[in-house]
Design a protein around this ligand. Structure first.
Ligand code: PGA
Length: 262
């Protein structure tokens, strides 16, 4: 059975002082919730603080991007080993804000994805369509193309140690989440497309939903059969908002485990 997972994406937010309050509250809030996984993806300067406050807890930490090159004359870039130096286990790849505001493409996202895996970091690969694309009925085409940039190029096995995230752009940061049924439909499409290449990988890979998830809607989303948790932006910035989402994952996982028992 796939473990539920909740990932906080702080984006360009935080300070030493506010991070401490948030992380202390998060650690206390998810203590003992051991049937699901929790991760925070923080701005690079705060990786050291995350490492200090989260080591020996059940919350992992990661970066929001990395460079696909190991070392060199690349001003402003951060290499994969720099993330592992600070204990990162996860990294976001191909987030829509990177694609739309920093001109990242399917090709560069694929290269970063591979570089993360080669460094032993689990990539969380983001996909999603714009409002116009959805209105034109292009959702499957766009998400399929983004997924294919990995699985057609590297084979479905590349998802063995990876997490996928469906984040429709019209739901990210808008306060207008996809309905559980809308999200489920795309998650099932993603899983089916992988299953055409490798059934086992499709059955085991975790697919998170992201886009205006809150404590009020998380449980209904996480209960859908192909939604394995959430990638959370705004609601990950305060423990009082983020912990209820983690609790929703824990509660859903607890129910799934109970019904799975003979
Ligand atoms: P949101 O962001 O939860 O603020 O919509 C999600 C994301 O961008 O990962």
């Amino acid at each position: 059975m796939r473990r539920k997972m909740v990932v906080g994406n702080w984006k360009m937010n935080g300070s030493i002082a506010t991070n401490k309050v948030l992380l202390d509250g998060l650690v206390a809030g998810v203590h003992g919730y051991d049937n699901s996984d929790y991760v925070v993806c923080v701005p690079y300067p705060y990786l050291c603080q995350a490492q200090q406050l989260l080591q020996d807890t059940n919350v992992a930490w990661g970066g929001q991007n990395l460079c696909s090159t190991k070392n060199g004359a690349l001003t402003g870039a951060v290499a994969p080993h720099m993330l592992t130096d600070y204990g990162c286990t996860h990294v976001l790849i191909g987030h829509s804000e990177r694609r739309s505001q920093f001109h990242e493409t399917d090709d560069t996202a694929a290269a970063r994805f591979l570089a993360a895996q080669q460094a032993g970091i689990t990539p969380i690969f983001c996909m999603g369509e714009t409002a116009e694309e959805r209105e034109s009925d292009w959702t499957d085409y766009i998400v399929g193309r983004q997924l294919d940039s990995l699985i057609r190029r590297f084979g479905a096995n590349v998802l063995d140690n990876a997490v996928l995230a469906y984040e429709p752009l019209w739901a990210v940061g808008t306060g207008k989440p996809a309905t559980p049924e809308q999200a489920q439909e795309v998650h099932a499409f993603i899983r089916d497309r992988i299953a055409k290449l490798d059934y086992e990988v499709a059955a085991s890979v975790r697919i998170l939903y992201g886009g205006s998830v809150t404590g009020a809607n998380a449980e209904q989303l996480f209960e859908m059969p192909d939604i394995d948790g959430g990638l959370i932006g705004r609601a990950s910035l305060k423990a009082e908002d983020f912990v209820p989402i983690c609790r929703a994952a824990h509660a859903t996982a607890t129910r799934c485990l109970a019904t799975a028992k003979p």
